[in-house]
Design a protein around this ligand. Structure first.
Ligand SMILES: NC(=O)c1ccc[n+]([C@@H]2O[C@H](COP(=O)([O-])OP(=O)(O)OC[C@H]3O[C@@H](n4cnc5c(N)ncnc54)[C@H](OP(=O)(O)O)[C@@H]3O)[C@@H](O)[C@H]2O)c1
Ligand SMILES: *[C@@H]1O[C@H](CO)[C@@H](O)[C@H](O)[C@H]1NC(C)=O
Ligand SMILES: *[C@@H]1O[C@H](CO)[C@@H](O)[C@H](O)[C@H]1NC(C)=O
Ligand SMILES: *[C@@H]1O[C@H](CO)[C@@H](O)[C@H](O)[C@H]1NC(C)=O
Length: 357
């Protein structure tokens, strides 16, 4: 497998465009995905009870899909279902919930087990659940992983593995990544074996960002998880391509990641566990939400990737992309070699305790 040679010039241009989009996103014209008819299609949206996930779920229901909101809080999930049903006529039998806490392996496994019992095929899986801040006093999950790494990446890795047998032959997997992925930084020789109950410099966070006491700011942990999501989309797609080639068949599944840009959602109202002096990045965003786009603008690229038949998204060899405003961009991990990228997969398998054939 080889990736197209990415020019660094294109990378820096895209980085500048993305930074401009954070500041001027509101005044740019809004991306509007053309409506599709998703009658008979089944979608799962993680973190579908709030913000961007809720908006993506709403749009998919509007386009006639059956949508499962996979959420950690059952009562919030039910509220979101009522909201969608009230907004979309005749949708009451097409909006369901699943209990899922992406930060817990046992929750991920239970969710997948329950799904497998229903034996439904999945057409669209949106990995959108995510958090930019570590809850107070809970730096590591019960499984021993940094909270943000487990929540934003590892849970979706395990879930995708467990649900892979249920994916339709034209399934799409979409990740709500972030412009923060540009700040992700990895050392080429991070450990391939599992690392628990401590941060590994150069994997969970850039080397220079891990302090002497072994901690790091949430914003740098977040950036690395968001870069890893883009890597996951690429690696997953390449595995599907490789398997089909070995079989003499054509792969029709795709995985893509996108950034919503700076989007007004409840995320900026959630409690912050770091002071402005400890980690200013999120505070700055919180103080400047006047610049943020409305939620439908942030969700639009995700909706589009989940529904379009555009060759640039669904065409042969076109998966594994990173997108902003319905435009493909060069992501940070696109600068990594295939060998470097493959290390992620081995490490995620070790951390999730699985072998993904
Ligand atoms: N808003 C932005 O400007 C922006 C920019 C870049 C990227 N993003 C990404 O967009 C995604 C959606 O964020 P949002 O802005 O829409 O914020 P949001 O309204 O806070 O939505 C986040 C969703 O993820 C869920 N979630 C968090 N931790 C979870 C866990 N352990 N298990 C299951 N679900 C969990 C939340 O559940 P609860 O409601 O229970 O908390 C909520 O449903 C995130 O991945 C975020 O990183 C957002
Ligand atoms: C959804 O289904 C209804 C009834 O079959 C149909 O009239 C409508 O056009 C469909 N909506 C879309 C967006 O295709
Ligand atoms: C779930 O959300 C509701 C608000 O809808 C809140 O009152 C409750 O405490 C939450 N439950 C948990 C376990 O976080
Ligand atoms: C490869 O072929 C085998 C046997 O026909 C089949 O069971 C398997 O699902 C195929 N795998 C892919 C990725 O197409």
């Amino acid at each position: 497998m080889s990736y197209p040679t990415i020019s660094r010039v294109k990378f820096y241009c895209d980085l500048v465009l993305s930074l401009l989009n954070l500041v001027f996103g509101r005044v740019y014209s809004k991306p509007i995905p053309p409506a599709a008819d998703l009658t008979g299609k089944i979608a799962i949206v993680t973190g579908g009870n709030s913000g961007i996930g809720l908006n993506i779920a709403l749009e998919l229901v509007r386009q006639n899909a059956t949508v499962y909101l996979a959420c950690r809080n059952a009562s919030k999930a039910r509220e979101a279902v009522s909201y969608i049903i009230s907004a979309v006529p005749n949708s009451a039998d097409r909006v369901e919930t699943l209990l899922l806490d992406t930060s817990s392996f046992s929750s991920v496994r239970e969710c997948a087990e329950r799904w497998k019992k229903s034996k439904s095929t999945i057409d669209i899986l949106i990995h959108n659940a995510g958090s930019p801040s570590t809850p107070n006093g809970q730096p590591f999950t019960i499984d021993g992983f940094p909270m943000l790494y487990a929540t934003n990446l590892l849970g979706s890795f395990l879930l995708t593995h467990l649900l892979e047998p249920c994916l339709s032959h034209r399934a799409r997997i979409i990740f709500t990544s972030s412009t923060g992925q540009y700040a992700g930084k990895f050392k080429p020789t991070f450990s391939l074996g599992t690392v628990k109950n401590r941060l590994e410099p150069g994997f969970h966070a850039p080397i220079a960002a891990v302090k002497a006491d072994g901690t790091a700011k949430d914003s740098v942990l977040y950036s690395n998880t968001k870069a890893m999501q883009v890597a996951f989309a690429k690696l997953l797609y390449n595995r599907w391509e490789g398997a089909a080639k070995a079989n003499g068949t054509r792969n029709q599944r795709v995985a893509h990641a996108f950034t919503p840009g700076f989007t007004m959602t409840p995320i900026f109202g959630k409690a912050m566990t770091r002071t402005i002096w400890e980690d200013p990045a999120l505070w700055i965003l919180k103080a400047t939400t006047i610049l943020a786009t409305d939620v439908s603008c942030g969700a639009a690229t995700g909706v589009w990737l989940a529904t379009t038949e555009d060759e640039a998204v669904m065409g042969e060899g076109m998966g594994g992309g990173y997108w902003e405003r319905m435009t493909r961009r060069v992501a940070k991990v696109d600068l990594m070699s295939t060998e470097q990228l493959e290390r992620f997969w081995i490490r995620w398998e070790a951390d999730a305790g699985i072998v993904w054939k």
